[in-house]
Design a protein around this ligand. Structure first.
Ligand code: ADP
Ligand code: MG
Length: 344
């Protein structure tokens, strides 16, 4: 007898879950991204006990019919790609078709959904089989309920931090998603109490000031435009700079990412208007030809790989310094024309 086993699907899902589901915030990310992909315009996230007891995401998106609701829990089941070429032009948030399968393998997960056409459906995964029943009382959209994350895997649960730390990660995650989707309304409910509600806005600037009212009137617009790369958004006036990098937000084709290089490029763009130990705040959208960026390198898709990072570095740096120059110049002009025009 050889010693090699083919792993069961359940075990494969649990292993994949280790990559996708690091903590409650990663569940929130996957579920909210699914809601965004389903064209939802209103998303509510309910969290109990830092997400350890309950994570629920309610949307008013497309909903699913019963066959899709059943497939949704299956590993590598996705409505977003179906052939290899699709990988080169991914515009949806998800595409691996493994989030729901992974989440269900490490928690008690349920889907309540209605596509507005067939009939409302309740789908749940029990002992690695999927149970479908009729689910009344659902308007069009989807509610995914995830209870007791990692309860079946005590070794993983042990690595989670305190409820308040896990909650903070969820809040950060949702703020990122709210910033990259200003047209969508987001509500966060913590242990039964509303923690924030950001109504739909028309543009990024309004969403930024909903979340960070203290930077209102202190945002400077930046822009860079070339055929393959468009960069737009806001940097903070130098007076808004911070000792940490917590208010630095980068979105690539609508996807929140972390990228040290872009962060460094923006800082360089401020030149001498920032003290060395200070970090600018910024909110930058980068729209890039999907063929020039690989979102597949990171299982949670938080980092991306650019085929030419030099171009992006220069774009971020130049757009920043140009925007600041214009701002400083217009402030100078104001201070020259201001007093003289009133005294004359
Ligand atoms: P992926 O997002 O990579 O396709 P998921 O496991 O996250 O994989 O979801 C599987 C499928 O379930 C999606 O492709 C989509 O068709 C469906 N789905 C998941 N969540 C929702 C939702 N909130 N609304 C409508 N459809 C959904
Ligand atoms: Mg998904």
């Amino acid at each position: 007898m050889g010693i090699i086993n083919v792993l069961s699907n359940d075990l494969i899902n649990k292993i994949a879950a280790g990559e996708v589901v690091e903590r409650p915030a990663s569940v929130v990310k996957e579920l909210v991204e699914n809601s965004i992909d389903a064209s939802a315009t209103e998303i509510t996230v309910k969290i109990n006990k830092g997400g350890l007891e309950l994570i629920e995401v309610i949307d008013n998106g497309s909903g699913m019919d019963s066959s899709d609701a059943e497939l949704a829990f299956v590993q590598h089941a996705t409505s977003k790609i179906n052939k290899e070429e699709d990988l080169n032009k991914i515009l949806s948030m998800g595409f691996r078709g493994e989030a729901l399968a992974s989440i269900a393998s490490v928690s008690e997960a349920k889907i309540h959904t209605y596509d507005g056409k067939s009939e409302p459906i309740l789908a749940s995964q029990e002992n690695s089989s999927i149970k479908i029943s009729s689910g009344s009382g659902r308007k069009q959209g989807t509610t995914v309920t995830v209870r007791n994350i990692f309860i079946k895997i005590p070794a993983r649960r042990k690595f989670l931090k305190s409820e308040s730390t896990e909650y903070r990660h969820i809040q950060d995650m949702l703020i990122n998603l709210a910033l990259s989707n200003p047209l969508i309304a987001f509500t966060l409910v913590k242990d039964g109490k509303e923690s924030f509600k950001y109504g739909k806005t028309k543009q990024l600037e309004d969403r930024i000031t909903q979340i960070f009212p203290q930077v209102e009137n202190k945002l400077i617009k930046i822009i860079y435009d070339s055929p393959d790369l468009k960069l737009s958004g806001f940097i903070g006036h130098p007076s808004t700079s911070r000792r940490d990098r917590t208010q630095q937000y980068i979105f690539i084709n609508g996807r929140p990412i972390k990228d040290h290089l872009i962060s460094k490029a923006v800082k360089e763009g401020y030149r001498t208007s920032l003290m060395n130990d200070k970090h600018p705040i910024f909110f930058i959208n980068i729209n890039i030809n999907p063929e020039l960026v690989d979102v597949n390198i990171h299982p949670r898709k938080q980092e991306v790989k650019f085929s030419n990072s030099g171009i992006i570095f220069q774009a971020a740096k130049n757009a920043t310094s140009k925007a600041l120059e214009i701002e400083l110049q217009s402030n100078l002009n104001k201070s020259f024309t201001g007093p003289s025009s009133t005294t004359m």
